[in-house]
Design a protein around this ligand. Structure first.
Ligand code: NIG
Ligand code: FE
Length: 428
């Protein structure tokens, strides 16, 4: 962030913001629900020629003309004529803290190798583990800061980040401390997930490592208050459903909330293990049997789909339409990581949701706003433009929200506003 921009930010800090006369305000309002499922996932709550007023970081009023009683001295007015206002995007699944890169593996995959084969040869997640163990906290922080900045530039106002490239207590803690620091220094909220069960390290037996997760990592992380969520990679050759459940149950004893990587390559009972622990979300779901889909019906668990992984690894796409038909709430996220999805561009992932998951524009917008908020358990506070909610909003330089997806590969995002402060501005 430039000094000039920072001083501009400071100047407007004590200001309240009136976004005036937007051609469209996409509210994604919930009518009191935690998320949108089934046909409701297509409802976006569209307002025409409307204004949004944010006071002290919260949405105070939405309407046509600001009532006189609300008029204050210090109001920053943004003329939103011919523009569209949306809730801030929420990227509910990333691995943005990492060192090194896997560009050579990418090139090998393009030539015919596969993610699974590279991992079996000791590459993949374990090669990033090596780089992260070697990297200093500052180095990790510096790299991650840049990535969060880049996410903000695509409209992300809340982001989740996982550990999982340490696979030993010291390095997992180092990663989580970096995430906690990011939450303090970056203008967006950064939610932290402990993913010790991401892979098995080379230098321990599986049982030894699981014991380390259960009896060293989880208690220490809870004591230091370093994570909100606990995650695992439940997959053939990684963690079994039984191991996942054991890890989740221990995490839950320490108040960590489960969410799970599952059904990426095989259906081995991961969805069921997650549901039995009341997971807040199940993520990936590229390979889903009808049994898996039936198990998810009627639960509050969010299906968090990651189409950029299918795109990048050339694997099947998650059955988004079937999930929505079965009234399962769908979120989408970038899964930004160096191996299976090397992109922090949530707008690109939205385009993939429309073109490749066959979700409609409205379903896709709800998938990165209100449903993504639900995947982080915060849809009471963010994810929609409703009075009382946090003032996290985006202004796009187009009069029609559909244009955001129609005009693909180009960002028309002009303002990113977090808690009523402009944190990114791209003048058109
Ligand atoms: O969500 N599938 C497991 N974990 C990550 C990939 C991590 C990596 O390859 O570095 C994912 O795809
Ligand atoms: Fe992931």
């Amino acid at each position: 962030m430039s000094l000039l921009f920072k001083s501009f930010l400071n100047y407007i800090c004590d200001m309240n913001i009136l976004i005036e006369n937007a051609s469209q305000v996409v509210t994604c309002h919930t009518r009191g629900r935690k998320f949108k499922a089934g046909e409701h996932q297509s409802e976006i709550g569209l307002l025409i020629n409307s204004s949004v007023y944010i006071e002290n970081g919260r949405i105070k009023w939405i309407g046509k003309k600001l009532p006189v009683v609300l008029k204050k001295k210090h109001i920053l007015k943004i003329n939103a004529k011919n523009k569209t206002v949306l809730p801030g995007f929420i990227d509910s699944h990333t691995h943005l803290v990492f060192a090194g890169d896997r560009a050579d593996e990418y090139s090998m995959r393009i030539k015919g190798s596969s993610y699974e084969r590279i991992a079996k040869k000791g590459g993949g997640i374990l090669s990033t583990v090596e780089a992260v163990r070697k990297a200093s906290r500052n180095e990790l922080l510096r790299l991650a800061e840049k990535r969060v900045d880049s996410s903000i530039g695509f409209g992300v106002t809340t982001i989740e980040a996982k550990s999982g490239y340490g696979l030993d207590t010291a390095t997992e803690i180092k990663m989580l401390e970096v995430i906690s620091k990011l939450n303090h220094i970056m203008p967006v909220d950064v939610y932290s997930t402990f993913l010790g069960a991401h892979a098995f390290p080379k230098d321990k037996t599986k049982d030894e490592y699981i014991d380390e997760i259960l009896y060293e990592m989880i208690p220490m992380i809870a004591k230091k208050n370093l994570a909100t969520f606990i995650d695992a990679f439940c997959e053939k050759d990684y963690f079994s459903p039984a191991q996942t459940e054991k890890i989740f149950r221990q995490g839950m004893k320490f108040s960590l909330i489960p969410k799970l990587h599952t059904n990426q390559f095989y259906s081995i009972g991961g969805v069921q293990a997650a549901l039995s622990c009341g997971a807040i979300s199940v993520d990936h779901l590229e390979v889903m049997t009808s049994k898996d889909i039936n198990a998810m019906k009627g639960n509050d668990t969010i299906a968090c789909l990651l189409p950029s992984v299918s795109y990048f690894l050339d694997i099947p796409y998650a059955p988004a339409r079937k999930l929505i038909e079965n009234k399962i709430p769908v979120a989408i996220a970038t899964d930004f990581n160096p191996g299976s999805a090397m992109s922090e561009n949530i707008q690109l992932v939205m385009s993939m949701a429309v073109q490749l998951l066959k979700m409609n524009v409205e379903e896709t917008i709800n998938a990165v706003t209100i449903n993504a908020a639900a995947a982080l358990g915060v849809s009471h506070n963010i994810g929609s433009i409703e009075t009382g909610k946090q003032g996290d909003v985006l202004i796009f330089d187009t009069p029609n929200y559909k244009d955001i997806l129609y005009h693909f590969g180009v960002s028309q995002l002009e303002y990113v506003i977090k808690r009523g402060e402009v944190i990114h501005n791209n003048p058109f």
